[in-house]
Write a protein that binds this ligand. Structure first.
Ligand code: CO
Length: 276
């Protein structure tokens, strides 16, 4: 019988404000879970009150990692200094590789209604931190959805039952959106050695006990991930990645390996080296 991963940590996010005044929940990257190698940050934004999101994220820089934004609801627009422009609609994904430096904005186009989704920061390995910036706009139709008994697995990145998602990470990583009806058991293979988390955004699941909406669970590094949806069904995002096991130096929007590299990023940004 396959080994089953055990729960390591159960956390809830912290309410915070980012950008020009967007209210969101920081789940990874906050005091409870600073990072889960190779993941540096996970934010959930979700509100039908425009005051919570209308200010958006005006132009700001990044260096050294990738940002992956998954929209559940709403319409936002992305623009960046490398000349990319993209629309984020319902069910779509924006995959931005900051590499050696990018300045981007993420602003709502909607003026009312629900805006909901996630932003995940995926670290780049030392040898790839200074690669050219890149951007991929992945529309909802381009993301495969695999049927399982009692639900679906949307494959944003990685491979599930032979179906590979469109997201192209620079290191081993998978990202699924799993939706299950009530009382469905799921047993998912995940490569041994990878760090894994799931975040419940609707409903609840049963493992050793019941976990519900708003909780993030991390798991031990080997074996399958196995759980059952509870009587009201569940929606989760499930993310796993190969740890980089490298030093991490963070300075706001820059994530490098040393303090000196972070200072250099601030200096390069101030000297306009992110502009093209
Ligand atoms: Co950003």
């Amino acid at each position: 019988m396959d080994k089953i991963r055990s729960i390591q940590k159960v956390i809830k996010g912290t309410l915070t404000t980012d950008g020009a005044g967007v209210n969101l929940t920081r789940i990874i990257g906050g005091p409870e879970l600073n990072m889960l190698d190779p993941f540096l940050l996970l934010d959930e934004f979700g509100s039908d009150n425009p005051n919570d999101y209308i200010a958006g994220f005006p132009p700001h820089p990044h260096r050294g990692f990738e940002t992956i934004t998954y929209m559940l609801n709403g319409k936002w627009q992305h623009k960046d200094s490398a000349g990319h422009e993209g629309l984020l609609g319902e069910g779509s994904v924006q995959w931005m590789t900051a590499g050696r430096g990018i300045i981007h904005s993420e602003m709502p186009i909607q003026t009312d209604g629900l805006a909901r989704g996630f932003q995940l920061w995926l670290n780049l390995p030392k040898e790839k931190k200074m690669i050219d910036p890149a951007y991929a706009d992945i529309p909802s139709e381009a993301i495969p959805i695999v049927n399982v008994a009692g639900g679906t697995v949307k494959v944003i990145s990685g491979t599930f039952e032979g179906i590979t998602g469109p997201g192209k990470p620079h290191t081993g990583m998978l990202y699924y959106d799993v939706r299950l009806k009530n009382n469905v058991e799921l047993d998912l293979p995940i490569p041994d050695g990878w760090n894994t988390f799931l975040y419940i955004y609707e409903g609840s699941i049963f493992l050793d006990e019941v976990y519900s909406k708003g909780q993030l669970l991390t798991f031990s590094q080997n074996g399958n991930l196995s759980f059952k949806s509870s009587s009201n069904g569940v929606r989760i995002i499930l993310v796993a990645g190969e740890p980089l096991n490298e030093p991490v130096a963070r300075g706001g929007p820059f994530v490098m390996n040393t303090r000196g590299e972070v200072l250099k990023a601030f200096e390069d940004f101030q000297n306009g080296k992110f502009e093209s």
